[in-house]
Design a protein around this ligand. Structure first.
Ligand code: SR1
Ligand code: MG
Length: 406
């Protein structure tokens, strides 16, 4: 079946670059921000799901449009996917932006054509691209951990109260996108699937892991956590490709800017899911450094797990006295919750390490390496996966660094 036919079925017009000026002109909010008459438009989407258009007018004013396709772009029309995900992304962006400055701003949302208009961040770079190029990472994972803490607390029953929390959780269901996560991150790497693939040197390593009941059972326990535990409104896909960074720049005095984006996987879930995905992706950057013979950089990247956890805990403790009812939730509650989040974060990091190595939607940190580098980094990521999953109750940050650098 052709793409044209499938696109017609959902009953909305999919944008093309040359149709964007007319579209902008039809949306008063957007036409105020950029001049449709002089708009230059390019489709820049390189993600797995959507169309993304970067727009600039003759005066240099800019805007990004993101439209949900009725299918998964990575695979094509054979994998239909609800465009209603755009509405969920819009709602999550608004909720997160109320709680943190470190998230991309939503300018407009068109529910009929499933289009989000977003602030243009083309003066930023994608964090993964910076990492792959050997660029600086100081403070980025730490800032992201603060963002996770701000959102975790602000969307929890601690800050909202139990009734409002349940209303928000009920209003944030995202079943189709969660199903992608449940399949790709929490099922297929462990149980096997046609979508899995690795280069030949990793095949025996993967076979060994899939035959290891402790690794598989741990992953299934994390799947249970993801499905059964609703703590806060997650980003849901907080990997280094979902983060823009700019600066800091000593010459201009610009401070570091960090902006999470792509929150279409947002749902209520365990807070450790966001931290775990972030951590695994920092480990990928470190494993790449190991493979490229850069041990100091690798150690520093592996060390971001401890430093971001430190920031996360400090930030949650800072929020703690602000909005929760101390008569209902004494300090011991937060001490206990942090231990739960740490265990989940290790476990979900182990899942993401496996998934981005074995499953669909891999990462360029690993995939762009030559065969020798791929074997080194891929083997290490699978070693991380096993330790993070199986030993999540007792693992320490020092042991993670030691595992990566030994
Ligand atoms: C089919 S979508 C594949 C992946 O892309 C997104 O970035 C999420 O990580 C998802 O799992
Ligand atoms: Mg994405």
């Amino acid at each position: 079946m052709s793409e044209q036919v499938l696109i017609a079925e959902p009953g909305y017009a999919v944008l093309a670059a040359d149709a964007v000026p007319e579209y902008v002109a039809s949306r008063p909010v957007l036409a105020e921000l950029v001049d449709p008459a002089t708009l230059r438009v390019s489709e820049v989407g390189d993600g797995n799901l959507n169309l993304v258009f970067r727009c600039a007018d003759a005066a240099g004013r800019r805007l990004v449009l993101k439209q949900a396709l009725p299918y998964v772009r990575l695979v094509g029309p054979d994998w239909p996917m609800t465009p209603a995900r755009a509405a969920r992304e819009a709602a999550a962006l608004r909720a997160h932006a109320e709680l943190s400055d470190d998230v991309c701003r939503l300018v407009d949302f068109d529910p009929d054509r499933h289009v989000l208009a977003l602030e243009d961040l083309s003066d930023h770079e994608v964090f993964r691209a910076r990492l792959n190029a050997g660029g600086p990472h100081d403070e980025v994972a730490e800032r992201l951990a603060e963002y996770v803490a701000d959102v975790a607390f602000g969307t929890s029953f601690l800050a909202l109260g139990e009734e409002e929390f349940r209303r928000r959780a009920a209003g944030s269901v995202n079943p189709e996108l969660c199903a992608i996560t449940e399949d790709l991150i929490l099922t297929e790497p462990y149980l096997g699937a046609p979508r899995n693939s690795v280069r030949p040197p990793l095949e025996p390593v993967v076979a060994g892991l899939q035959a290891d009941p402790s690794w598989v059972a741990a992953a299934m326990a994390l799947k249970h956590r993801f499905l059964a535990c609703q703590e806060a409104l997650l980003h849901g896909d907080l990997h280094t490709g979902s983060v823009f960074v700019r600066g800091p720049d000593e010459n201009t005095g610009d401070t570091l800017s960090v902006k999470a984006f792509d929150v279409e996987f947002a749902c209520y879930g365990p807070v450790g899911f966001d931290l775990g995905l972030l951590w695994a992706n920092m480990l990928f950057a470190g494993a790449r450094a190991v493979a490229l013979g850069e041990p100091d950089r690798a150690r520093s990247l592996f060390g971001t797990l401890a430093s971001s956890w430190q920031r996360f805990t400090e930030r949650l403790w800072r929020h703690w006295p602000t909005r929760r009812d101390p008569a209902k939730y004494p300090d011991g509650f937060l001490t206990w919750w942090l231990a739960e989040i740490a265990r989940d974060s290790f476990g979900f990091a182990g899942c993401e390490a496996a998934r981005r190595t074995i499953g669909l939607a891999k990462v360029s940190d690993l995939e762009s390496l030559d065969d020798t580098g791929y074997e080194v980094a891929g083997t290490l990521m699978l070693r991380f996966s096993r330790a993070l999953l199986v030993e999540r109750d007792t693992l320490t940050f020092d042991e993670i660094v030691a595992l990566g650098t030994s």
